[in-house]
Design a protein around this ligand. Structure first.
Ligand code: GLU
Length: 465
């Protein structure tokens, strides 16, 4: 049975686009194999929790359409799916490891540990706990019992090396001398990430762990833990982190990284998923545009690439433009109305309907619509016209005589007029464009004027002369 999961920590304001890319792989792998995709919230690092973060993350995952089969919201057979509600479970398993000699209690004060670390660093050694408490375990246990001393539980890293297979990176071998006796259970009763993640992935029967490569250094500790418990290892697949187009690590400074930022711009969830599907994977036929369904069918974890994928917002917009062009006009109209309504802007449905054929080829995301079309809804502050634009008056007079207000006729009459006045077409039409729309870039002018209507066009010209 294939069961995958993502395990976000609510330590950020939203879901990073890179996390969506790995969530997508987990989702696809579960669906392809008729298994389950689980969302578990890892909220044990209490000092780093961002208020409202969990809710926002779950909301974003929902918006993007990666529905979990089990999660804190929908529940499931292995509930609770929030680690802070599972503390007694971790304690039980940590104690079990102590009982079997695979872990031990430690009562060292933070000051001692800090001093030890400093000394080791000064000697250029790997900072590691010196096992003082391990060697004095009997006394330590007595002291904990008698004096109620605060204590942690540490993993006893065995001698030798740790070997495991990574689906993406092949065999990984680590000399255990490089590993510290990791704290598993903290003195406040919360597990560390390492204990929580291993216990939960085991109890929740996770078969494949697909996650970012930043977790690879933690994996040997996890493998040691699985073996200490006598549990079967899941398959590990560590995927490369996204990069900016200049190859630097994707970070807030260069490009927005929060998923809802892109959705709020009017990037379609399907387009974002499609683009992210190409991060570290390619369609076997080299296709760039494909549905989630097709991705699920074609995706295989053995095809995940090791090269660092580039996340380019410009390419993402391009991809979204492809989706816009495939959207039926009536649906696009509703999407635009809804998009702006959510931003508290009510647009006239009739105008939106008429303008869609003019802009569909030009917009790449829903938020491109209004900057291009604002002038249909209201006169827009005009750029200043050229000094010799006195012929606006003639334009006004000419247009006034048109009885059949159609783009083609408007165009013909203006061409004639430009010729008669001896003005270059490009200059003439730019002047009229600015006069009507206040902008240098608009949808096709004649069609725009037809939509605006004769009366409104004359009014706008009249106000200039
Ligand atoms: N809680 C970790 C995170 O914030 C999960 C890492 C993992 O997938 O094991 O991403």
């Amino acid at each position: 049975m294939v069961r995958t999961r993502i395990a976000p920590s609510p330590t950020g304001a939203d879901v990073h686009v890179g996390s969506i890319a790995t969530a997508l792989m987990n989702f696809a792998w579960a669906k392809k194999n008729h298994g389950q995709f689980v969302i578990r919230i890892e909220d044990t690092d209490r000092t780093r929790i961002v208020p409202g973060g969990e809710e926002k993350m779950l909301d974003t995952l929902n918006r993007i359409g990666l529905q979990a089969d089990e999660s804190p919201k929908v529940g499931g057979p292995y509930a609770p799916y929030r680690q802070s509600e599972r503390l007694s479970i971790y304690k039980k398993y940590a104690e079990e490891l102590v009982a079997s000699g695979k872990a031990y209690y430690c009562i060292c004060a933070p000051e001692r540990l800090a001093k030890m670390r400093q000394d080791q660093q000064a000697k250029k050694q790997i900072p590691k706990y010196d096992r003082l408490c391990f060697h004095d375990q009997k006394n330590v246990i007595k002291k904990i019992r008698n004096d109620q001393l605060p204590h942690v539980i540490r993993l006893l890293i065995p001698d030798g090396e740790t070997k495991f297979q990574d689906v993406v990176r092949g065999e990984i071998v680590i000399n255990n001398e490089n590993l510290d006796d990791q704290v598993l259970l903290k003195s406040d009763g919360f597990p560390t990430y390492h204990l929580g993640v291993v216990v939960d992935d085991h109890l929740m029967k996770i078969s494949h762990i697909i996650r970012g490569e930043e977790w690879l250094p933690s994996t040997p500790k996890h493998v040691i833990l699985y073996r200490a418990f006598g549990w079967e290892l899941p398959a590990f697949a560590h995927v490369s982190l996204l990069r900016n187009p200049d190859r630097s690590k994707l970070s807030k400074r260069k490009n927005p990284v929060w998923t809802s930022w892109y959705l709020d711009l009017g990037i379609y969830p399907e387009a974002l998923l499609n683009y992210l599907a190409l991060m570290g994977w390619s369609h076997p036929e080299g296709k760039e545009k494909f549905s989630l369904e097709e991705y699920v069918e074609k995706f295989d974890i053995k095809d995940i690439q090791t090269s660092a994928p580039v996340f380019d917002p410009v390419k993402l917009e391009w991809m979204n433009g492809l989706y816009i062009r495939e959207t039926k006009n009536s649906i696009l109209k509703d999407q635009i109305l809804e998009f702006y309504k959510a931003k508290k802007v009510d647009l006239d449905e009739k105008i939106v309907e008429k303008t869609i054929p003019l802009v569909k080829e030009r917009i790449k995301k829903l938020s491109d619509y209004l900057p291009l079309c604002e002038f249909f809804f209201q006169p827009v502050q005009r750029l200043s016209l050229e000094k010799d634009s006195l012929y606006i008056k003639s334009v006004y007079e000419e247009l006034k005589t048109i009885t059949d207000w159609k783009a083609e006729i408007i165009g013909e009459r203006m061409l004639e007029l430009a010729k008669k006045l001896g003005i270059k077409n490009s200059e003439f039409f730019m002047t009229v464009r600015i006069a009507i729309s206040g902008k240098k870039i608009t949808p096709p002018l004649n069609e725009s004027m037809e939509i605006l209507g004769k009366e409104e066009c004359l009014k706008r010209l009249d106000s200039l002369v």
